[in-house]
Ligand binder design. Structure first.
Ligand code: ADP
Ligand code: 3PG
Ligand code: MG
Length: 398
């Protein structure tokens, strides 16, 4: 992959650079929630702006059906202005991503200026990778940069079709960091390599697991995912969430890799998430009860395992329980803290998944207590599964 530093600084000077970023963040009543993805795009934006490029930022936001103002990316321009600092000219904002208005903005831009385009998905042609739409996007700039690792599994105009139309296609700084860490654990993990798997979406995680399991030394399973494993082993799981569709896959995984898969032995159970009387259950979970968190004995065992990884690599995806409810957050909080401990003790730690990042924050673990927090959800899992990523394919051909 060619990166920004493969070009001379002077090659950016006065040039228009189209940067595909992923500003798909949650916005409620105009207020941005977690802005990690925005902050992670700053090194690339600053790099280009400081070298006198005219920086054109393009992203999708949500999954709108055509032009729907609810999905306007305008609040991001404001947040970006705050983050880059008041000493710079404010981020310009264009109320569309193609068309005459953009030309006017481009004419007015000085070297180093930053322009954010409106939500790409206001045009349905973005997602259909329409050649005419791609041509319009490509006509905006001289150089293409992809810094949206988290959207690189999509074959859309801005990630694929338009990218091919540029002579110069470069990988952004955050994208390079993502690929560096994720390829390490995918291809050649530092040993011992421990996977911590939780959450609910077994279906989305199977591809990654299939690829990572042979190289893993330990796989620690918690969250709702654990109940499908326990069920496959013949335990009673009560009313806990089970992924019946993938139970056979889990059975096979247990047959091949059972010796390295760790499962919970006790659980924080209740009749429903709103039930205030929670019970600690060891072994089988009675009918009418569900497991919503790993139990104390399991927390201790898992925390010790994570904390003593000993200079290897750790990948964590998926909370250990329904951490949004305080009564079921203990397992997740302890695992997050143990991940930080492992980091301070010299392990390479990677965290992926929207809910996992949220859980890490709630546990009071800072971003700089983790080697790498992936910006990707689906993209990270697809990359780890070894799937083809159109947004990376375009960077590998030049
Ligand atoms: P990520 O976004 O990090 O990939 P997932 O989306 O797979 O994680 O799963 C996160 C969700 O899993 C959370 O909303 C959490 O409440 C839920 N969850 C975890 N454990 C349980 C459980 N035992 N029972 C029900 N829900 C659970
Ligand atoms: C994500 O949030 O995973 C990326 O921004 C991609 O969004 P999408 O799943 O709507 O394509
Ligand atoms: Mg999730």
């Amino acid at each position: 992959m060619r990166t920004l530093s493969d070009l001379e600084d002077s090659q950016f000077h006065g040039k228009r650079v189209f940067v595909r970023v992923d500003f798909n963040v949650s916005i409620n009543n105009g207020c941005i929630g977690e802005d990690y993805r925005i902050r992670m795009s700053l090194p690339t934006i600053e790099y280009l702006s400081k070298r006198g490029a005219k920086v054109i930022l393009a992203s999708h936001l949500g999954r709108p059906e055509g032009h729907d103002q609810k999905y306007s990316i305008a609040p991001v321009a404001k947040r970006l202005t705050d983050i880059v600092g008041r000493s710079r000219p404010p981020i310009r904002f264009a109320s569309d991503c193609v068309g005459i208005e953009i030309e006017e903005h481009l004419d007015k831009m000085n070297k180093g200026d930053i322009l954010l385009l409106e939500n790409l998905r206001f045009h349905k042609e973005e997602e259909t990778n329409d050649p005419e739409f791609s041509k319009k996007l490509a006509s905006l700039a001289d150089i293409y940069v992809n810094d949206a690792f988290s959207t690189s599994h999509r074959k859309h105009s801005s990630t694929y079709g338009a990218a091919w139309m540029f002579d110069i296609r470069l990988a952004g700084i955050n994208l390079i960091k993502e690929v560096k860490y994720l390829s390490m654990i995918r291809e050649n993990p530092i040993r011992p390599f421990t996977i911590v798997l939780g959450g609910v979406k077994i279906k989305d995680k199977i591809g990654a697991l299939e690829h990572l399991l042979p190289n893993a030394d330990k796989v620690i399973v918690g969250g709702a995912a654990a109940y499908t494993f326990l069920k496959a082993k013949g335990l009673n799981t009560g009313n806990s969430i089970i992924d019946h569709e993938h139970i056979q896959w889990v059975e096979k995984a247990l047959l091949s890799y059972g010796d390295k898969i760790l499962l919970p032995t006790d659980h924080v159970c209740a009749s429903s998430p709103n039930d205030t009387s929670v019970t600690m259950v060891s072994g089988d979970i009675p009918d009418g009860m569900s497991g919503f968190d790993i139990g104390n004995e399991t927390v201790e065992r898992y925390s010790a395992e994570v904390g003593s990884n000993g200079g290897g690599a750790l990948f964590w995806n998926g909370p250990m329980g329904m951490f949004e409810v305080k009564a079921f957050s203990n397992g997740t909080i302890n695992i997050a803290k143990s991940m930080a401990l492992a980091y301070w003790r010299g392990s390479k730690t990677l965290i992926g998944g929207g809910d996992t990042l949220e859980a890490m924050k709630r546990a009071g673990v800072a971003e700089n207590e983790v080697s790498h927090v992936s910006t990707g959800g689906g993209a990270t899992l697809r990359y780890l599964a070894g799937d083809e990523m159109p947004g990376l394919v375009i960077l590998n051909h030049y």
